[in-house]
Design a protein around this ligand. Structure first.
Ligand code: ITT
Length: 207
């Protein structure tokens, strides 16, 4: 582990999703904090995820904070599709079955929405981010991004459901946006801009 200068915080990101780590690093760039993935740290026992984004995010971050004794950050996110009564929501990572990859989950979503007309394809991404300190202190923030589900993939950027999600106000899919454009509009971008403000307010207390 790299030693951290005394004036910098180290924050471990409690996720196994590489797409998220890259976005979170960019979103927290410039803070006096080193943002680390869990690579190279001992394995963590995470709690089972359920139907509540906040509980899931806090559970993931708390597991790392308690087991490694470090400041930990987690993101629980999901895609809520109006025509599916808000599904898959917090179960987005397991939509269609536990063994599918991102591409197969997108295929499953497109099949489920086959024949649903454009005006009924509204959806939103939700991101709940939680920062948990080894002392037990918790900060949570939430961000949302409204849009609609396309009928076919477009673009190769981002990850997960990005190729079939078109954010409101854009002609492109989320996967056709640059990383900077996605961060400006995305659920994660919105949540982490709030987290950044809250962190800056409390840096002294957390250090
Ligand atoms: P961790 O729990 O290890 O962080 P995960 O991928 O299982 O990783 P979640 O439980 O939060 O994460 O599940 C989120 C699901 O929603 C997952 O399938 C993602 O691919 C998808 N998702 C989240 N944010 C997304 C984004 O910005 N663009 C596209 N899909 C996204």
């Amino acid at each position: 582990m790299t030693p951290v200068p005394a004036d910098r915080l180290r924050v471990l990101v409690a996720t196994s999703n590489r797409g998220k780590v890259g976005e979170i690093r960019a979103l927290l760039a410039g803070l006096p904090a080193e943002i680390c993935s869990l690579d190279g740290f001992p394995p963590i026992a995470f709690p089972q995820e359920g139907a509540d984004y906040e509980r899931n995010a806090v559970g993931k971050a708390r597991a790392v904070a308690e087991q490694l004794g470090e400041l930990a950050l987690a993101d629980d996110s999901g895609l809520e599709v109006a025509a599916l009564a808000g599904a898959p929501g917090p179960f987005s990572a397991r939509y269609g079955g536990p063994d599918l990859d991102d591409a197969a989950r997108v295929d499953h979503l497109l099949r489920e929405l086959a024949g649903v007309p454009a005006e009924q394809r509204d959806a939103r991404f939700v991101c709940l981010a939680a920062l948990v300190a080894p002392t037990g202190a918790v900060i949570t923030v939430r961000g949302e991004c409204n849009g609609r589900i396309l009928t076919a993939r477009r673009g190769v950027g981002g990850f997960g459901y990005d190729p079939v999600f078109q954010p409101d106000g854009y002609e492109q899919s989320m996967a056709e946006l640059s990383a900077e454009q996605k961060n400006r509009v995305s659920h994660r971008g919105r949540a982490f801009r709030l987290l950044r403000e809250r962190l800056l307010d409390r840096l002294d207390a957390l250090a």
